[in-house]
Design a protein around this ligand. Structure first.
Ligand code: NAG
Ligand code: NAG
Ligand code: NAG
Length: 228
């Protein structure tokens, strides 16, 4: 089981807070610069993700701001299906299910909520247009040297976003208003185990790992940027 240290992400969070608290250092931003389109309150997207070590996964992403819930169902390449159920109260459940993948679960307390629909509006620096993913002309914004966000010039849909550590997500489908059936987001009974929960908390206090099941700190990355 790969472990990745939480410390860099926390450090980055601290750095980000510093950056966002100080005067903006953008290069003569023009009021004519396009601004990122906020996410719809609810959407379903399929993401093709290239992780920092070059390993790949699909993500079935269900963002639901009114429900305070962000769900990623990761299909690791030729590997497990990993559920990542994030709640706006700061709790995330990471688990696998079934005979093939085994029953494992890690519960994390992040102390911050899910990304706001307008998370890119605040502090984003417009970088111009770029042709990406083989033919999508996009507006590109960077935020805090942490995330680069690509939005289709015409359709205004997100096409791609990259994190500073090399994780790159490519939007394959984008379905506004779609709602995930609540029954899918109910964490299995083996998540509700006192030992696991305590272990997860202790791990975070010790700057341990964010997501021991994947070796990625995906939510930490997101929350660092999105919820200061
Ligand atoms: C994934 O990203 C790495 C690093 O940017 C790159 O070298 C590799 O070609 C990418 N793989 C795929 C399948 O996109
Ligand atoms: C947050 O909400 C989820 C889903 O309702 C719940 O399982 C979890 O215990 C809550 N966490 C806290 C810290 O209240
Ligand atoms: C949600 O899933 C449950 C269990 O599979 C099913 O009984 C219910 O009809 C579904 N609800 C909707 C709105 O699809």
């Amino acid at each position: 089981m790969k472990l990745k240290f939480f410390l860099p992400a926390l450090l980055h969070l601290a750095l980000f807070q510093l950056i966002s608290g100080s005067p903006k250092m953008s290069m003569n931003p023009s009021s004519d610069d396009p601004i990122p389109t906020p996410w719809p309150d609810r959407f379903h997207a399929l993401l093709y993700m290239n992780l920092s070590k070059g390993n790949l996964q699909m993500s079935d992403l269900w963002y639901d701001w009114p429900r305070g819930r962000n769900v990623n169902i990761f299909q690791k390449q030729l590997g497990v299906v990993l559920y990542d159920i994030e709640w706006d109260n700061g709790t995330s459940f990471y688990y696998t299910t079934g005979e093939r993948d085994g029953e494992s679960c890690q519960v994390m307390e992040f102390g911050v909520g899910i990304p706001r629909p307008d998370f890119m509006l605040d502090g984003a620096r417009y970088l111009g247009t770029e042709l990406t993913d083989g033919g999508f002309l996009c507006h590109v914004w960077g935020k805090a040297e942490f995330i680069w966000y690509y939005e289709d010039v015409v359709s205004k849909r997100p096409v791609r976003w990259d994190f500073y550590d090399g994780i790159s997500s490519h939007v394959m489908t984008f379905e506004e208003g779609a709602i995930l059936n609540d029954s899918v987001t109910q964490a299995p009974s083996y998540c509700f185990n006192q030992d696991l929960e305590l272990k997860a908390r202790r791990c975070i206090d010790d700057f341990c790992t964010v997501n021991p099941l994947t070796g990625n700190s995906d939510r930490a990355l997101l929350v660092s940027v999105l919820d200061q």
